[in-house]
Design a protein around this ligand. Structure first.
Ligand SMILES: [Zn+2]
Length: 62
C-alpha cells in the first residue's frame, strides 16, 4: 500500500493492493493507476525522477 493525495477530497489517502489497476513504466518513472477512495480512477507518478508524488485524477468515475 502507499499514500496518495486525493485532489477531490483534498487529503492523503491509503491505496491498497486491491485498488491497483495497473503499473506502467514511462520515461518519467513508474505510473501507478489505481482506484481512488473517492471512486475515480487516478494515476500516480513514482520513481527516481519524481521527488514529489503527483496524483492525477482521470475523471473516469465508474
Ligand atoms: Zn480521489
Amino acid at each position: 500500500m502507499f499514500l496518495a493525495r486525493c485532489e477531490k477530497l483534498d487529503r492523503d489517502t491509503l491505496i491498497w493492493a486491491s485498488d491497483l489497476l495497473g503499473i506502467v513504466n514511462t520515461k518519467d518513472g513508474m505510473v501507478v493507476r489505481y482506484r481512488c477512495v473517492c471512486g475515480e480512477t487516478a494515476e500516480l507518478l513514482t520513481g527516481s525522477r519524481s521527488d514529489v508524488r503527483v496524483s492525477v485524477h482521470l475523471g473516469l468515475a465508474a
